[in-house]
Design a protein around this ligand. Structure first.
Ligand code: FES
Length: 186
């Protein structure tokens, strides 16, 4: 299991679900469905979080509160575990996952420049999702296409020799596709 550096933040740093209480209520209900399958033992924390993420795609704040209440442990303990392990996401997944490769070959060929281009174009940081939930951005360590470095994987498609200009082109093609879909549904 991959672990990441223990976060310096607090539960207040976790984005809340949209102010729509309907969404928050859905999250609570879905989390409770997961909790029904577990006993109230602290050792169940990670398996519970895995199931919650399997159901919701991430671990929202409301789910952490539910889990903490269920296990009778401080909310901060749940937050610490969520931020410690790489497997857990604090943000909802985007419709299109963008994964910038920072393996050795991609790193040598400017992977960080590509990552920076994605961050700027999407106005989000690594590990975040755009407010419209179209894209989420993260990094990977080698996807086995080193000859095509630097590589970005968007959805399941490997984009070879990605440059900042290519990032613009990829985003433009998604925008054109989205516009088309919008026209067809009118
Ligand atoms: S290092 Fe990027 S594909 Fe191998």
């Amino acid at each position: 299991m991959n672990a990441k550096k223990l976060s310096q933040g607090t539960l207040d740093d976790v984005p809340r679900a949209d102010s729509m209480t309907e969404e928050q209520e859905d999250i609570r209900q879905e989390t409770r469905k997961v909790l029904r399958r577990f006993s109230r033992q602290r050792g169940n924390l990670v398996p519970i979080l895995q199931k919650v993420q399997g159901r919701l795609g991430y671990i929202p704040r409301e789910a952490m509160v539910e889990v903490a209440e269920f296990l009778r442990i401080p909310e901060m303990d749940v937050y610490s575990v969520v931020t410690f392990y790489n497997q857990f996401r604090l943000n909802p997944p985007g419709k299109h996952p963008v994964r910038v490769c920072l393996g050795t070959a991609c790193h040598m060929k400017g992977g960080y420049i590509v990552l920076d281009a994605w961050k700027r174009r999407l106005s989000i940081n690594q590990g975040e999702t755009t407010p419209d939930r179209e894209f989420d951005l993260d990094t990977v360590a080698c996807v086995g296409c080193c000859a095509m470095a630097p590589v970005t994987v968007v959805d399941d498609k490997v984009e070879a020799k990605t440059s900042p200009t290519r990032v613009d082109g990829i985003l433009l093609s998604y925008q054109i596709e989205k516009d088309k879909e919008g026209e067809e549904t009118q």
